[in-house]
Write a protein that binds this ligand. Structure first.
Ligand code: PEP
Ligand code: MG
Length: 892
């Protein structure tokens, strides 16, 4: 019975919102789309919303599954809603006296600003345009609306070239001797409609449809089609939006912001989405339609100036702002229109914000009592903290920089780059390794790839709420918009500002927080965790139960990670230490040695370098644990493969070039990642392990003598059997004892010996392995590689296909595959702890910094995650979010 009900519910295709009735209670955003759900919600709480109805995302899904055909019964449901609208508004579709007009807009469950299609003024025909002229007593307005519809319908529904109409418009302007669209008189607009219809017929071979229901049906279909345009698909790829049914379609009665100087339209955020300040933030245009604001064609006025224009409306808008915030308990991004002094709400949605704004807003809302700490923590997208960790311009360097001009601070950050004038150019030059700024008069959604590639975005028109700004903020990409003093000539690839011209080779610096455009490369400085950011981190620490360590192999990285709150090093990869100038030569001598004796001699020369590295790292970590992993990569990675470089090495170490090349050939492996690497190296060459363990122990003793508490942990990589670990553990213990004896040190060092679990067999036999390990660290990079059988170095050859065909939901090297690889992790933890109850378990693969993977690690009971220094704050927050999501409470 319950099932039957649910099926009947999901079969409903259209939901009405208005005074007559508001349907859709309890229907999810996935079905109604964000816009549709919020229009219904605003109607319910009594806000002034023009009535309309929403066609569900399920219908979009049916449309595609049915071979791009609208379901048969849809037109009947739509007609019924139109009839309800007609009754409620006392207007009639296609009427020659008081016609009903509607807008048709997309609205997916996740907002995709500007990526899909919209049609306005729908319902105008040769008959109803006369009705509109009569009803509004404004012939010019009516025919202006009609020509806009023909143009939009031609573009969006029939796929006509945008420029086809322009020529006709120019002719009319010439005829009436005017240069601005707004100066064309009513008669001109009437003639323009005739001309547009002729263009329409010429290009499509059909008359412009005179049946409003036909217009509506075709427009609904066009919105569904726009779900799959390349720009929409690309946007979803970039934003990692997956698993949606499609877009909903919102059909809403029209209100007009372009009915004269007592009308207007605007968009606003209830708080500043760029820096989070609790100040109403937005823009409006008098006598304009909504699209004029978001398309960035005209530069609008700040919303605060609205009180000068219409005090009562501004007051009402401020009240609505407060109602919305207290209803949704979050920042809202709203669209509104004022028709002849009456305010209407056209949209509300959760406001996209920068990382910095997210942090400030969360803290402020807790202070205001609007939300509690767990809600505040859960609301900040952990990955967005990256934006707060990026460098900003160094204050001193900025002080002496030449400011060319100022635009609007549309999205914060510090971007430096050479100028690129098209999206395509920005993509190509970025791919070639250059840093570029995308410079556009205004950006259009077609520029999406270029905006994503560029280091920063600079536009000469458009406001803070233009699509360029909204999209850039969503990505944390620096953007300065509306820098009106800049003249851009995209064809000639140059900009002119302050009497000077700059081209593709010139470098500018953009400050997205102040709007300054500066000449040359201005130096940047490192970020600090202070103010609200520090508060969020403190709260996060009070909720998280997972420890956070870092992957670092230099004292500088260790210090940075510590400053960001790392509680230890989870992975110090020692191989990186052998690449520097002097060391690589000795390392190569060691590898090329044929006798153990010669190898030991080279290792003896490497020892002081290693010891110094460890002293530096132990000192930086001041008593926090440091897990040092013994040498892991196959040895041939340290040798050159071209004969010229081989000859040079041969000369340096005094052997023949032939000898070098034969050793390189000898070390060659068909599958080196499955070859002679990790613990297998120490099995063959125990002297390497001896040298490394000696360096660790000597460094620890040296530190202890200086009263620095070194907490070393020795980690043996790539173990697949307990026997391997048993052998190498014994060797390491012997070495520790020997160094202590040599140094006559009889104090406690407390060095732990453990292993990485990165081979499936080690996870499967973790109970046996744990007999010889005091800790496990999951190396999920290799574990993913070996579980899937995908080469971690070559995945990009096929991954894009796997993602676009939805074979994989995400790149498994970025986000842990919980259902596959995760089983091995879980098994490793359970089996390992069945042998050794107190076994310490962490993860040090790249997944340690990924919020979704951190959630998994929390659930399977790991002790800590380890990630790169810049991801430490993200991991702290993600760990708190995981704890909260799983019912965790604040620690006392
Ligand atoms: C791993 O395999 O997950 C790991 C951390 O080791 P590496 O990336 O150095 O192979
Ligand atoms: Mg590994």
């Amino acid at each position: 019975m319950a099932k039957k009900k649910a099926a009947a519910k999901s079969a409903k295709m259209v939901y009405y919102f208005g005074k007559t009735k508001t349907e859709g209670k309890g229907v999810s955003k996935a079905i109604l789309g964000g816009k549709g759900m919020n229009l219904a919600e605003m109607t319910k709480i009594g806000l002034p919303v023009p009535p309309g109805f929403t066609i569900t995302t399920e219908v979009c899904d049916m449309y595609y599954k049915g071979g791009q055909k609208l379901p048969k019964t849809l037109s009947n449901d739509v007609a019924k809603c139109i009839a309800t609208l007609e009754k409620e508004l006392k207007k009639k579709f296609g009427d020659d006296k008081n016609p009903l007009l509607v807008s048709v807009r997309s609205g997916a469950a996740v907002s995709m600003p500007g990526m899909m299609n919209t049609i306005l003024n729908l319902g105008l025909t040769d008959t109803s345009v006369v009705g509109l002229a009569n009803a509004t007593n404004n012939e010019r307005f009516a025919y202006d609306a009609y020509r806009r519809l023909i143009n939009m319908f031609g573009d969006v529904v029939m796929g006509m070239d945008h420029h086809s109409f322009e020529e006709a418009f120019s002719k009319i302007k010439l005829k009436y001797g005017v240069s601005q669209d707004t100066d064309v008189p009513a008669q001109g607009m009437i003639e323009l409609c005739e001309a547009y219809k002729a263009v329409y017929k010429k290009e499509t071979g059909e008359d412009f449809p005179q049946d409003p229901l036909k217009q509506l049906e075709l427009s609904i279909e066009a919105v569904f089609k726009s779900w799959n345009t390349s720009r929409a698909v690309r946007y979803r790829e970039v934003e990692n939006i997956r698993g949606l049914l499609g877009t909903a379609v919102n059909v809403q009665s029209m209100v007009y912001g372009n009915m004269g100087d007592d009308s207007g339209t605007g968009v606003a955020f209830t708080r500043n989405p760029s820096n989070g300040q609790n100040k109403f933030y937005g823009e409006f245009l008098i006598n304009a339609q909504g699209e004029d604001v978001v398309a960035g064609i005209r530069t609008p006025q700040p919303v605060a100036e609205m009180s000068k224009w219409n005090r009562a409306v501004y007051k009402q808008l401020l009240e609505i702002k407060d109602t919305l915030e207290s209803h949704y308990k979050d920042v809202q991004d709203i669209e509104f229109t004022i028709e002849k002094g009456d305010l209407f709400m056209l949209q509300t949605r959760t406001g996209k914000r920068t990382g910095a704004a997210a942090v400030k807003i969360a803290c402020d809302m807790v202070k205001e009592g609007l939300i509690d700490e767990p809600t505040a923590l859960s609301r900040i997208p952990a990955n967005d903290l990256t934006q707060l960790l990026l460098p900003s311009f160094d204050a001193a360097a900025k002080g002496s920089a030449t400011v060319l001009t100022r635009g609007l601070p549309a999205s914060p950050g510090a971007a430096v780059g050479a100028l690129a004038f098209t999206a395509e150019e920005a993509v190509l030059r970025t791919q070639a390794g250059e840093k570029v700024l995308l410079v556009r008069k205004e950006t259009s959604p077609e520029d999406i790839d270029g905006m994503h590639s560029a280091a920063g975005i600079l536009t000469s028109t458009g406001g803070m709420t233009s699509h360029a700004a909204v999209v850039a903020r969503g990505w944390g990409r620096c953007c300065v918009a509306g820098a009106g003093e800049i003249e851009i000539d995209a064809k000639a690839k140059k900009i002119k500002v302050g009497g000077k011209t700059y081209g593709p080779k010139d470098i500018l610096s953009l400050d997205g927080s102040s709007g300054e455009v500066m000449l040359g490369e201005v130096a940047t400085s490192e970020p600090k965790l202070s103010g609200d950011f520090a508060k969020i981190m403190k709260w996060a620490d009070e909720y998280r139960t997972l420890g956070i360590r870092t992957n670092a192999d230099t004292p500088a990285d260790s210090k940075r990670a510590r400053d960001f709150g790392a509680e230890g090093i989870g992975l110090c990869r020692t191989e990186h230490m052998f690449f520097e100038d002097e060391r690589i030569g000795i390392m190569r001598e060691m590898i090329l040695a044929e006798e153990e004796d010669t190898r030991r001699k080279a290792l003896k020369r490497l020892l002081p370098f290693q010891r110094k590295d460890f002293v530096g790292i132990f000192t930086a970590m001041k008593g926090l644990p440091v897990t040092v992993r013994l040498l892991d990569p196959p040895l041939h990675e340290f040798l050159p493969h071209d004969s010229k470089a081989q000859a040079e090495i041969a000369k340096e170490i005094g052997v023949t070039a032939a000898k070098v090349s034969s050793r390189v050939a000898q070390l060659h492996e068909s599958n080196p990642m499955l070859g002679h690497r990790g613990c297998r190296l120490s099995v063959t060459y125990p002297e390497i392990l001896e040298m490394q363990v000696t360096a660790i122990v000597q460094a620890a003793i040296e530190c202890k003598k200086k009263r620095i508490d070194a907490q070393a942990e020795i980690m043996i990589p790539l173990v697949g059997t307990a026997a391997e670990l048993k052998l190498l553990r014994e060797k390491a213990e012997e070495t520790i004892a020997k160094v202590k004896a040599d140094k006559k040190f009889d104090g406690k060092l407390g060095i732990l010996i453990g292993t990485m679990i990165e081979i499936p067999r080690a996870a499967l036999t973790a109970d046996e392995v744990a007999e010889y390990a005091e800790f496990f660290s999951f190396g999920t990079n290799d574990l993913t590689q070996m579980t899937f059988g995908y080469s971690r170095d070559d995945i990009n050859t096929f991954l894009p296909d796997y993602l676009s065909k939805e074979i994989l939901p995400v790149d498994p090297f970025q986000s842990l595959d919980a259902s596959g690889v995760g089983q091995l992790v879980e098994m490793g933890v359970t089996k390992g702890r069945s042998t050794r109850k107190k076994l310490k378990v962490g993860i040090c693969g790249e997944h340690g910094g990924d919020p979704a993977s951190i959630d998994f690690c929390h659930r399977v009971g790991l002790d800590y995650v380890s990630c790169s220094p810049f991801r430490v704050p993200i991991a702290r927050l993600a760990a708190a979010q995981a704890a909260i999501r799983n019912g965790g409470k604040k620690k006392k």
